[in-house]
Design a protein. Structure first.
Lengths: 119, 674
């Protein structure tokens, strides 16, 4: 199953990829929202995991953009971020995010979350 | 992949994290220094924030608590600037730079295998001041700090002994829930994993077909769950979806444990999120490649070059004309390989920025130590240099920058007295000139005092009193071992490393150093470096039936050698007429330990070094002109005085590459009075 991981930090991308690969997911990565939007149509992810704070296009803008496109309107989007503030969480929810995980993440939990939104 | 593979690549990711930290710190420094000239640029503050944020994120993943703590504190402060609670001023920028240095140190400590790092309390205190000043409440920050967990996963504390409990869960969802791409089936599936579950679907609220709103949710799920897990975990299942789901969890043997209110979100205005101004990062796509893979490529292309040489020498042997079909193809291929090689070598290139930015810190620290005011100007930071060179110039440059501030630039009082600005100027400049990289370190300080240097050299017995030396020769005395113009050793530059070490380490990478200085006006050190150490263009020549290579850069002219014109000038030295004067002669045979018989020597290379000194180097025969992949002799064999490197020729034979600097050394030795 295809999962798109969007994060401007390569460390994060690699860590998440590593956890997901362990569980047998096919992972593609993007470094920010702009990159992610470019990659979704080709890669057709079943789940998108995105960071909140990124250059060029942040997670919120990405979520809104994905929700605005017919082919990605219902794709589950999980935020993976160090932010835990209620307001941002609410903003993400309103933008159309499916889930919210606070970094540092726990591998099995992340995979469980992916499983949960994609079953 | 096996489990082992994953532990291995964890180390790799850790390495990636440190690489990324370096990049983020470099970007941080770049942004911070540019802030000094253009304060209050929101996008810059945002980038700075993101750098620190990234470091924090990675640090947390690797459990580097002290790094997380400090970057979090720094980030919180930056956030207040970002939100405009506190205006950015020079003081703040100074504090930020200090924090950047601290981050650098912490990252370094962890990189070196450390487990912890104690941040200087005054650094924390300085940040705390910002956290508490300006508009806006601090409560938000405190909350953030409390919520932010440092451990990998929350530690669960079981208070009740685990026994099976029966829960009734009534689930209502809003249409928003589906719009977010969620599915109630997922929630039910998760719940079912927690224990034994039965589900009833309540359709009582579903209206008649003609009044149904297709995007509304009318269904209610009634779940009966028998489980031994704590209710908190059941809540967590719903926590996820927040207000979009309403779940009433009732412990059947108890009373209502939790109810969450369902707030419909239909307020469209709420969705008007601020769109941030974004900056396109050059729009260049990049791919990261392991440096070892590129090195492997360089090696392979080197083999290709050797094979190409073999084909060409075979063609010559068989008298195949370069104009023939084969000749043209081979020539075209040679060009392609050449381009391939250049491109691959360019891949190894890094902008010199990485080294320059490190020097920014050296300048600040040295200025602080010596209590001087110094403004650093960087030019040509994007000049690209091969990685192998970059690694080797960092230390010499650091030393020279320290020297320039410690010995070159005067303190403010002194500067004002001689009519200069109180703030000294240090300019670092990098650029390309005729295939080499030039790095200049220029200060507007006191300049070198030739008389003082001369006296000092006499005192240190480097030269004899009364010896006649021109200005450049006097300046180059500072590169002599054991020379130091300052009597007392300072904290900063007098660490037992002299300019002689700087010169030696630059020579090791085929670099040269020059001084230009005017007393009272300042000093410029110019360093000339090769672009890469792995390929040279050279001429193959024969001497005593052996093949050698001389770097073409050093050959300014090639002339037919007429033994009759060479004249003995005493002490076993020979001169050879050249233009209006004559050149000192060195026979290739001679340095190989043969006695030149004056019959085979037919060709004379006029060799020039960076100082524009010339000598006549006499060889037997020129064989070819080509590009050579340099192999280090010391790595594979041992150090030989006149040949530092070697290459493999087309016929598979090894040829030594002549160390031109050594030849000039030989001449000097001959000319010295002993």
């Amino acid at each position: 199953m295809n999962v798109l991981v969007v994060d401007d930090s390569r460390t994060m991308r690699d860590l998440v990829t590593r956890e997901l690969c362990k569980e047998g997911y096919d992972v593609e990565t993007a470094e920010d929202g702009v990159d992610a939007l470019k990659k979704v149509s080709g890669f057709q992810p079943k789940v998108v995991i995105t960071d909140l704070n990124m250059p060029r296009m942040d997670g919120l803008q990405l979520t809104k953009a994905l929700r605005a496109r017919p082919e990605t309107r219902y794709i589950p989007i999980i935020f993976l971020t160090t932010e835990s503030g209620g307001e941002l969480r609410q903003a993400a929810r309103e933008a159309g995010a499916t889930g919210w995980i606070v970094k540092p993440f726990d591998g099995p939990k992340l995979c469980a979350a992916v499983r949960r939104v994609s079953s | 992949m096996s489990a082992d593979d994953f532990t291995d690549d964890m180390d790799e990711i850790r390495q990636i994290f440190f690489d990324e930290c370096d990049e983020q710190l470099a970007l941080l420094e770049e942004q911070l220094t540019s802030l000094t000239e253009n304060t209050g640029d929101a996008e810059k503050i945002n980038t700075i924030f993101r750098c620190v944020h990234s470091i924090k994120g990675g640090a947390a993943a690797f459990g580097m608590e002290d790094l997380v703590k400090f970057s979090h504190l720094f980030e919180s402060v930056l956030d207040r600037f970002r939100s405009g609670y506190i205006p950015v001023d020079m003081e703040a920028v100074k504090t930020f730079l200090k924090c950047k240095d601290t981050l650098f140190d912490i990252v370094g400590a962890f990189k070196d295998g450390g487990q912890s790092y104690i941040v200087a309390p005054e650094n924390v205190a300085e940040l705390d001041v910002y956290l508490n000043s300006g508009a806006g409440s601090r409560s938000e920050n405190i909350e953030m700090e409390d919520v932010f967990g440092l451990s990998f996963a929350p530690v669960k504390i079981e208070i009740d002994p685990p026994t099976d409990q029966k829960y009734s869960i009534i689930i209502n969802v809003s249409s928003q829930f589906y719009k977010r791409g969620d599915d109630i089936r997922n929630i039910l599936a998760t719940l079912s994993e927690l224990g034994q579950m039965t589900v009833d679907l309540d359709v009582a609220n579903v209206p008649l077909l003609n009044t149904i709103q297709p995007d509304q949710s009318y269904l209610i799920w009634k779940v009966l769950l028998v489980t031994d897990i704590a209710r908190q975990e059941i809540e967590e299942v719903f926590e996820w979806s927040g207000d979009d789901i309403h779940a009433e969890i009732i412990l059947l043997t108890d009373k209502i444990i939790k109810t969450e209110t369902y707030l419909p979100i239909f307020d469209d205005k709420h969705e008007e999120l601020q769109i941030k101004k974004t900056v396109d990062r050059k729009g260049i796509a990049t791919v990261r490649v392991d440096i070892q893979r590129i090195d492997k490529l360089v090696d392979l292309i080197g083999e290709l070059v050797i094979n190409q040489g073999a084909i060409q020498s075979q063609m010559r042997r068989n008298k195949i004309s370069g104009d023939s079909f084969l000749g043209n193809v081979v020539a075209a291929q040679e060009q392609l390989i050449h381009e391939l090689q250049e491109n691959v070598i360019m891949m190894r290139a890094y902008p010199i920025k990485t080294v320059f930015q490190k020097l920014g810190r050296v300048v600040r620290e040295t200025a602080r130590f010596t209590d001087k005011q110094v403004k650093l100007i960087l030019e040509g930071e994007d000049t690209e240099v091969d990685r192998s060179i970059l690694e080797k110039i960092s230390d010499p440059l650091t030393h020279m920058v320290r020297n320039a501030i410690d010995h070159g630039i005067e303190d403010s009082a002194e500067r004002l007295k001689v009519g200069k600005e109180a703030e000294g100027l240090l300019r670092l400049r990098a650029f390309q000139r005729s295939g080499r990289i030039i790095v200049e370190i220029q200060d507007d300080g006191a300049g070198l005092d030739p008389e003082r240097i001369y006296d000092k050299a006499v005192e240190k017995k480097i030269i004899e009193k009364g010896e006649k030396l021109d200005r450049d020769e006097i300046f180059s005395l500072i590169f002599e071992p054991g020379f130091s113009t300052v009597a007392k050793v300072t904290d900063v530059s007098g660490r037992g490393v002299g300019m002689d070490v700087v010169k030696k380490s630059l020579q090791q990478i085929n670099g040269r150093i020059f001084i230009n200085s005017t007393k009272g006006k300042g000093t410029t050190f110019s360093i000339s470096l090769p672009f890469t150490l792995s390929v040279i263009e050279g001429i193959i020549f024969k001497a005593e039936r052996q093949d050698f290579v001389i770097p073409v850069n050093n050959v300014s002219e090639t002339v037919i050698f007429d033994p009759a014109k060479a004249f003995h000038i005493g002490d076993g030295k020979y001169g050879y007429p050249y233009r209006d004067g004559y050149l000192s002669v060195i026979y290739a045979a001679e340095i190989l330990g043969y006695r030149p018989d004056g019959k085979n020597q037919k060709i004379c290379f006029v060799i020039e070094n960076e100082n524009e000194d010339k000598i006549a180097f006499v060889v037997d025969k020129i064989i070819d002109h080509s590009r050579f992949v340099v192999k280090n002799l010391e790595d594979n064999y041992r150090k030989i005085k006149c040949f530092s490197t070697a290459t493999i020729l087309g016929d598979g034979n090894v040829a030594f590459i002549l160390d031109v600097e050594f030849l000039f050394g030989e001449i000097l030795k001959k000319e010295s009075p002993c």
